[in-house]
Design a protein around this ligand. Sequence first.
Ligand SMILES: [Zn+2]
Ligand SMILES: [Zn+2]
Length: 367
Amino acid sequence: MKTRAAVLHEYKKPLVIEELELEGPKEKEVLVQYKAAGLCHTDLSILHGTLTMPPLPCIPGHEGAGVVKEVGPGVTKVKPGDHVLAMWVPVCGRCVYCLKDQPYLCAEKDKARGGSMLDGTFRLKKGDRHIHSMMGVGTFSEYNVLSEQSILPIDKDLPFDLTSVVGCAVITGVGAVLNKAKVKPGSSVAVVGVGGIGLNVIQGAVLANATTIIAIDILDEKLELAKQFGATHTINALKQDPVEKALDITNRIGIDYSFEALGKTETAMTCFKMLRRGGNAVIVGVPGLDKTLTLPMYEFSLMEKSMLGSYYGSADSRSQLKVLLDLYKTGRLKLDQLVTKRYPFEQINEGFKDLESGKNARGVVVY
Ligand SMILES: [Zn+2]
Ligand SMILES: [Zn+2]
């Protein structure tokens, strides 16, 4: 069959919407018609060439929700007509990571990173050239074929646009707080960068009953939005020194848990510096692969400060995505306020321009 998709042929160039040839689903694969796809900063890193996986040409996009159109042999999870959410780590349940209770690090994700199906072959083609599909889900395509492991069935009453962002922004931010930092009630939390991920760190901190939640950014509109998500304090880092201000807010003690949501070395240092003795900083943002971090080593042992990393919310997406959707349904997770703009597929490049300029909490493409 044919599908329209937004293809990246060259770094730092706009996506090109074109018609591709899509082969049907093989064993344990599913044909999905996407209805919505979120625009994430990680997609932008691919567009810029800061991240070079999958290889070009590729279809970026890893937040997506849609409808199952066809299933290959052996598929038991879904049937045509079911609504699904894309999961960008195709959890296998058998590898060393899955068996050590870290399914978000599943070995299959290395295959998905290469942009192929799990068997190493491709379903999307332009002429005789294979098109790679980001994390095995490539959501910037009207149709795509995914491994059964990469989808989660969802209730039919959930809106596609809001659900799509749960698959990356929400689980990554909320999960970093609940699963990695394991923030305790009454804690102080700071987050640097309050875009799609940072706002969800704030939502996670609210769910964990943190009592001091500090949002740090350089855009006042984002800080205002952060308050709506539950931030108790805001710091504009262009106007105030975030470390000094965070110390002031905590009576010069420092922060219990800080979160870096931008993938920048300077902000990672800021997160470490503002910690109290025994505090934990968590890196959630995705940096360029060449970035390194220099930290005062004595603070690890003599002050027991720690720096942790969190990937995909350190979550078992198979169960936690459903928990997050239930929290939304019961009014304890904000999604309506998170998706601030919807773009027709044809305007996807405009959506990325807006993302770059910090216009949206989360922009979503609708098909
Ligand atoms: Zn696994
Ligand atoms: Zn993402």
